[in-house]
Design a protein around this ligand. Structure first.
Ligand code: HEC
Length: 212
């Protein structure tokens, strides 16, 4: 009789039980550690009547660049509509953010995925600070605009995947309320025809353009 056969059935049952328990714990531990580092993905949020809401945490997104006093040509090749922007001196800063998931996907694949959101915050350029410390230069003084570009092929109301939104500012100059998608002729057409990659002006954003 071999040593193996001498093990009682009870011992085998206990052994199998311990093995199953260990496998179970192992699976649970790996499930927990898989979930732990993931952040909740950012998706565009809409009101019940299909208007876009301002994402709350956008200032912790990836900041891709700032453009100073960009004014767009009226006579554009390709027939895109021009955008009337009143640029007053000393001008304004456009600072652009992208949600982190879209940033990572763009770096890996050079494609903007569904639910890509870009925010353009516009600040007037100030030259006189409250303490009169500056003798030259410009700083970001007051928020004067807050616009968004969102890639969502299932957005309420349907249409082309990219939609553009212009939010109103409240008395404290914070973007407020909800915004309706602008007609394509007002925003989408120019972005489609002249922006560097998939409607986004990557040519002006060093973090997406240079990817170093
Ligand atoms: C005539 C061309 C033109 C039109 C029309 C236009 N834009 Fe843009 N847009 C630009 C350019 C150029 C930039 C990047 C440079 C900059 O900072 O101004 C830009 C950047 C943006 C960005 C930053 C993200 C991105 O897509 O690169 C947003 C958001 C945006 N525009 C919203 C709008 C909205 C909202 C409208 C319509 C109300 C609009 N745009 C109409 C030319 C245009």
């Amino acid at each position: 009789m071999s040593h193996f056969k001498s093990v009682s059935p009870l011992v085998w049952i206990r052994f199998t039980f311990v093995l199953l328990a260990l496998t179970g714990f192992g699976w649970m531990a790996s499930a927990i550690s898989d979930d732990a580092p993931k952040e909740s993905p950012h998706k565009p949020q809409y009101s019940s009547d299909g208007e876009l809401l301002v994402p709350k945490d956008y200032r912790s997104w990836i900041y891709v660049g700032t453009n100073l006093s960009t004014v767009y040509k009226k006579d554009l090749p390709g027939g895109a509509v021009s955008r009337e922007i009143e640029e007053t001196q000393p001008g304004s800063f456009h600072q652009i953010y992208i949600n982190p998931e879209a940033y990572r996907t763009y770096l890996e694949t050079q494609k903007f995925p569904e639910s890509t959101m870009l925010i353009m915050e516009v600040y007037s350029a100030g030259t006189k600070d409250p303490k009169g410390f500056l003798s030259a230069g410009k700083f970001e003084e007051k928020r004067v605009g807050f616009e968004m570009a969102v890639k969502d092929s299932r957005r309420p109301g349907g249409g082309v995947p990219w939609a553009y939104y212009d939010f109103k500012l409240d008395a404290k100059l914070r973007p407020s309320g909800t915004a309706k998608a602008k007609p394509d002729g007002k925003c989408y057409d120019c972005h489609l025809k002249h922006a560097g990659d998939d409607n986004v002006w990557v040519q002006f954003y060093p973090v997406l353009r240079d990817r170093d």
